[in-house]
Design a protein around this ligand. Sequence first.
Ligand code: FAD
Length: 381
Amino acid sequence: MKYELIIIGAGVWGTSAALAAMRSGLTSVLLVEANAGVASESSAKAGGIVTDLVWHPEDVDWVQRSRQLYQEAYERTRDRSILQRYGMLTLAEPSRRDLLQKRANGLEDRGIVAELWDITAIHKEFPELDRVDPETLGLWTPGDFHVNPTAYAESAVAEAKNQGLSVRLGSRVDRLDLNSSSVSVQIGNESLQAEKVLVTAGTWSAKLLGQSGFHLPMRPYRVQLSSLDFPQGYHLPMVWELKTDVYLVPDGPHNLLAGDGTRLFEHDPDDYQTTGDDEFESTIAAQVINLTSKADAAGLRTSWAGLAGSTPDRRPLIGQVAKRLFVACGDQGFGVMRGPALGELGLKVALGEAEVPHLNPLRHPGGDFPIRPGFTLEEEL
Ligand SMILES: Cc1cc2nc3c(=O)[nH]c(=O)nc-3n(C[C@H](O)[C@H](O)[C@H](O)COP(=O)(O)OP(=O)(O)OC[C@H]3O[C@@H](n4cnc5c(N)ncnc54)[C@H](O)[C@@H]3O)c2cc1C
């Protein structure tokens, strides 16, 4: 049997591509995932922030399309965790006033509410941010959401299966071989044939394609997150402090997720520390205490780390790698908020229904380019 399409990797991007494939009318599509469950790698480790406050206009479109797809998943399942609106407060030093204003204006031009606050307004709405420096400015984006990527991905797969998708879990693809009339997908001793293959293997994508001789300009780097126990509860939105890169995400009445940005050096997706390191664990609570006295009583529940994929220009890699072979990856650490749209876009490109030459995965030679964070307010770093 030859599949019309095999999609490799069932994170948020791959499961979204799979649903889009079934909706496009394909009838023999296989989604292959190395792990026992869908969205069990980076997608499961994410903070789940979905914000319109992204630096590239194209990203705003992708966030908005992704939000529609998260909303659809909520409507299918009525699982409230899939999409919850908390709003996000971005805190910045006065020297960033012009940048905040520019971003606020850009969002307002698109009909998205964004308010610039001084410390009085910050304290009025969120008095628990009582340790924030009095000079601090806040950009309040009330439409921002928190999502549960795993619940979303499970719902996307269930819906796609209803429409005929085949799924293989616990099956790691070892190699891809290109033939004149098909792509051969090697899983152990088994060889599956497909008209086309779309690789959505997250930070493994470069490794997998590298084994077939295609060198993607993507380098995996490490991102850490902690879960803090707030025994007395709290009243906070999602918060992002630009000066320290610390961000907070509500996670139930007594639990808050806290992260502090990224470790900008390359990691092997098959060999990296998946727990938070000692330095992170010993400093993250103190960073939160600098924002709110509510954290004085907080304790570290647990911490973990996952990987994100950096590209030379911080833009995703979406498109054709070779005849019949396509890829969608290069999340830059904010691929949950754009993933549903980018999985869908990857599928459309593979089917010839969309063209995005500026995202051509081979547009850069690769090699030893500097790893840079993607989720920033600045266009230039
Ligand atoms: C700590 C942390 C916090 C984050 N917070 C946010 C956030 O708040 N908001 C946001 O937008 N983004 C966030 N991100 C980024 C986000 O998690 C990623 O951008 C997103 O999950 C990428 O999804 P993906 O589907 O491309 O990758 P993944 O979820 O990693 O999926 C790739 C899948 O491919 C599978 N795979 C790999 N190789 C093979 C193979 N050879 N054969 C078969 N299957 C294979 C893997 O098992 C995996 O399931 C965060 C990331 C981390 C680590």
